[in-house]
Ligand binder design. Structure first.
Ligand code: IVH
Length: 671
């Protein structure tokens, strides 16, 4: 028994080391060496072993990065050494003054500087005890911060264990949100009608101060570590210079920004700052300046600090780039989910690395708040160096010809009614046949949880739309094999398969159709509840708000959205057309149960799978109760087909055995 437990313990440790290694390769070095699927399998195995042996779970296990419970609030903690802030320099002259102060204080001693990027995020302090990440806190007022350990653990580039055990270590760094993640987060929020973040810094701050670490985990935050607060490595000489400290941090497993430079004098510092002023907009994250630090730690110590900031370092701030221009027009565009976004069309100006001719106005409230009118002279900037935005309207430059703007009441793309739902900032188009929403809607319609039409993925749908074969989802049911065969890359067989899959989807249970219509807030669960409650789609089409909210689990959001959708004439006609094509619109008692695992099933593999090898696939099947056989017979339940399948594939076709592709297999395995 003891031996067995020892084996498990050993395997757990092995898995943790392996996962840590891959986290380091992927998140710190940005050089992954294994596929996501393999990584997921290591994590799955570790999770399972830990679940079966809860006594072996430790806080530094990679499984402990997510899954912390939401808290009531944050605890205030005192920093081991205070986190100071920096004095600012706004030009070369300020830097020369700083250098003169250093020179005078050091009385002729030679010195050098390290210049780093000043990452525009949030300062944090990370404490390690005996090599294990013990606590992470915000800067707070410098003396005391808030304990945000659980949230920081979700940042994969923060090591939970150091590569070399160090008795006590406190490091400082900047947590930030990459520009791209910031843009994506904001557009998701805009689509959902939630308030957007003004810049990546605010987005990072908002994400770090979440009471639920699960939310933080989904925000793609990252960190650059730039300093050591406290350090004690038994038997090892501490670093002499800041440069050495940065190298040590890298060796310990931290992510250090690679663009630091050791400079011999202030002239070199000034020219390095000038280089980044021009290049900063190319970085995937925002910086708001550079930080200049005296390199020698003994000299840093000697120079000391004032009440607020060290005498050995200074921040060189780039002025926020702004420009004045004219709002030529205000246009609206329709997004993927029907959100109507107003955009200011500007007289083009150059700002922060590019020419700007548009600025988002976000929504109606924003336009009202700033009182932006067509013809206004405005000041613009790039929020967080990324999004062009109107900062201010120069109202004193108005001449009376400026035109106020109103959101349209009909969709500019399809003419359907535009609504602003209560509690939302966004206006949305309600037309299901709106061309601007079409593609996304069709992809959803055919997707697995919805009508589940195999072979009808985003690429094929785009092809069909471009060829003019489909204009809305009801056209899918009019396509014939001959038309498909005319399309590029469509072999006879794949055309027949697709037509068969489309045909088969007609007899899907009603809840799939309800979900497939893509009605806002109506997810798979709500669709099932509705399909159980009504005997056909026509009853649902005429359901009243009061009636809907009386159905258990159907709230006012879903009800309002359903009523709006069904009220729109285009949507009613679309449903009619689907019914006429033979799509099932009637609720049924008996539902085909989805295959959820491989228990008792015989599976044959043929061809090469791209994300896993044969043994791994076999393991997945067996771990879910299936058996892998080497040849196909009538008793075979599934044949999983990869690239270049062999004769087993032909045999499976001949015998009419269920054939599934890699994607489908992985989805089945994930259930
Ligand atoms: S050093 C005593 N280095 O800038 C030294 N700070 O205005 C303190 N920051 O609170 C900081 N990148 O949040 C340092 N490479 C860097 C930095 C950096 C960003 C932030 C940090 C600090 C603020 C100071």
């Amino acid at each position: 028994m003891g031996g067995e437990l020892e084996d498990i313990r050993r395997r757990i440790e092995e898995l943790r080391k392996e996962i840590e290694k891959h986290d380091y390769m992927y998140y710190v070095l940005d050089a992954p060496v294994i596929t996501d699927a393999r990584y997921d399998r290591l994590m799955q195995e570790l999770l399972q072993l830990e679940q079966e042996n809860p006594a072996l779970v430790t806080p530094d296990s990679p499984t402990q990065r997510v899954g912390g419970k939401p808290r009531e609030g944050f605890i205030t903690v005192k920093h081991i050494t205070p986190l100071l802030s920096l004095g600012n320099a706004f030009g070369a002259a300020d830097l020369m003054d700083f250098d003169n102060r250093v020179k005078t204080a050091l009385r002729g001693e030679s010195y050098s500087y390290v210049v780093e990027l000043k990452i525009d995020g949030l300062a944090v302090a990370l404490t390690y005890q005996h090599g294990v990440f013990a606590r992470g806190a915000t800067r707070g007022d410098g003396e005391n911060g808030e304990d945000i350990t659980a949230n920081l653990k979700t940042i994969r580039s923060i090591p939970l264990r150091l590569r070399t055990p160090v008795e006590i270590l406190e490091v400082r760094g900047e947590v930030y949100m990459p520009k791209e993640s910031f843009l994506k987060l904001n557009s998701r929020r805009e689509e959902r009608g939630e308030p957007t973040f003004a810049n990546p810094r605010n987005a990072a701050a908002g994400s770090l101060r979440q009471l639920n670490p699960g939310v933080t985990a989904g925000r793609n935050l990252n960190i650059f570590v730039y300093g050591v607060g406290a350090l004690h490595i038994p038997g090892q000489k501490p670093p002499d210079t800041h440069h050495e400290a940065l190298e040590l941090l890298k060796d310990l497993g931290f992510r250090v920004n690679p663009h630091y430079l050791v400079c011999r004098d202030i002239e070199e510092v000034i020219s390095y700052c000038a280089i980044w002023r021009d290049k900063k907009s190319e970085l995937p994250y925002s910086i708001d300046g550079m930080v200049i630090k005296v390199n020698s730690l003994a000299q840093q110590n000697f120079l000391g600090a004032t009440m607020k900031s060290p005498r050995w370092a200074i921040a060189y701030k780039y002025p926020p780039e702004q420009a004045e221009t004219t709002v030529k027009d205000i246009m609206v565009s329709v997004g993927r989910t029907g959100v109507i976004t107003p955009t200011a069309i500007l007289e083009p100006v150059f700002i922060a690395g590019s020419t700007v001719s548009k600025a988002t106005l976000h929504n109606e409230d924003m336009i009202r708040e700033k009182d932006v009118r067509i013809g206004d002279r405005v000041i613009i900037h790039k929020a967080g160096d990324v999004i062009p935005e109107v900062v201010e309207v120069l109202k004193n430059k108005r001449n009376g010809s400026e035109m106020p703007f109103a959101m349209p009441s009909a969709c500019p793309a399809c003419g359907a009614e535009v609504v602003r739902q209560s509690g939302e900032a966004a206006h949305r188009c309600t037309g299901a046949a709106c061309p601007a929403r079409l593609l996304e809607g069709m992809i959803h319609f055919a997707s697995r949880g919805a009508m589940d039409i195999a072979g009808l993925g985003p690429a094929v749908i785009t092809q069909l739309v471009n060829a003019g074969l489909v204009r809305d989802v009801s056209d899918i049911y009019k396509i014939n094999a001959e038309q498909l065969k005319q399309l590029e890359r469509f072999a006879d067989k794949s055309a027949d398969n697709l037509v068969n899959a489309i045909e088969a989807s007609k007899s899907n249970p009603l809840h799939r159709l309800i979900y497939a219509l893509g009605i806002r807030h109506v997810g798979e669960r709500a669709a099932r509840i509705l399909a159980e409650h009504y005997s056909n789609i026509y009853e649902l089409m005429d359901a009243k708000f009061e009636e809907l909210i009386n159905i258990p689990e159907i709230g006012s959001k879903i009800a309002e959205s359903l009523v709006n959708f069904m009220h729109e004439e285009q949507n009613r006609r679309l449903i009619e057309r689907l019914a006429q094509s033979g799509v099932n619109v009637v609720a049924e008692k008996k539902e085909s149960t989805d295959q959820s695992d491989f228990s008792g099933k015989t599976v044959v593999l043929t061809g090469t799978l791209s994300s896993l090898n044969r043994d791994e696939a076999k393991e997945i099947i067996e771990s879910r109760g299936g058996k892998v056989a080497s040849s196909v017979s009538k008793k075979t339940d599934y044949v999983i087909v990869g690239e270049n399948p062999g004769s087993k594939y032909d045999k499976a076709v001949k015998l009419g055995v269920n054939i599934i592709g890699e994607q489908e297999f992985l989805e089945l395995a994930r259930k």
